[in-house]
Design a protein around this ligand. Structure first.
Ligand SMILES: [Zn+2]
Length: 200
């Protein structure tokens, strides 16, 4: 008789295959990353890679011996584009985080390490649901910084901080409306970060 050894019942299940693969491939990565299912997968992956410094910034490409004529950050044009610079200390990123902290009424965002960027919501007091919204907004901010960087690098367009701020509000609203059940929040409420109508 044939039995499936990966499942205690002896019967084949997709779940047992998935668990086995996850153990094999992901158990030794030890990346402390809290997945937020209110954000699209591609956004979670971006941040998961970011905290491991695996985003292809100019500094990361240089580390892989890819020769570049110019490795300055295309958002500010002032410093070498490392991940920590691009997402934390660049003056464009600083303005974005200042906006996020004011809008969400959270502590000023400081990131000494890349993983700090994924844990901003943990450093503030609030309910689990509120933290999930704040985590979603901070992920939206990282996503928008990366997109603006790519537009600057590949299309030569200068970043506009005001447009980035609007984009963060828009993608956050879109994710909330499309990915969270029974959410009935108006655009006006969202712009004021008034979360009463979503039970926060
Ligand atoms: Zn910069």
């Amino acid at each position: 008789m044939w039995t499936w050894v990966l499942d205690s019942s002896g019967s084949f299940s997709v779940c047992s295959v998935k668990e086995c693969l996850q153990k094999r491939f992901f158990s030794n990565l030890q990346v402390d990353y809290e997945w937020n299912n209110w954000c699209p997968k591609k956004v979670n992956f971006l941040i998961w890679r970011l905290i491991q410094d695996k985003i292809p910034t100019y500094a990361a490409l240089a580390r892989r011996n890819i020769l570049l004529q110019d490795d300055t950050c295309k958002l500010c044009g002032e410093e070498v584009e490392s991940a920590l610079h691009l997402f934390a200390s660049c003056r464009i990123a600083e303005q974005v985080w200042e906006f996020v902290s004011r809008w969400c009424q959270i502590q000023q965002v400081y990131a000494l390490e890349l993983k700090d960027l994924a844990n901003i919501h943990k450093n503030n007091n609030g309910s689990q649901r509120w933290k999930k919204v704040v985590s979603m907004v901070t992920k939206a901010a990282i996503w928008v910084i990366w997109r603006s960087r790519n537009v600057a690098v590949f299309e030569g367009k200068q970043p506009c901080v005001n447009r980035m701020k609007e984009e963060i509000k828009m993608v956050g609203y879109m994710w909330l409306k499309s990915r969270v059940k029974n959410v009935n929040i108006s655009w006006g409420e969202w712009c004021n970060f008034d979360l009463l109508s979503i039970g926060v």
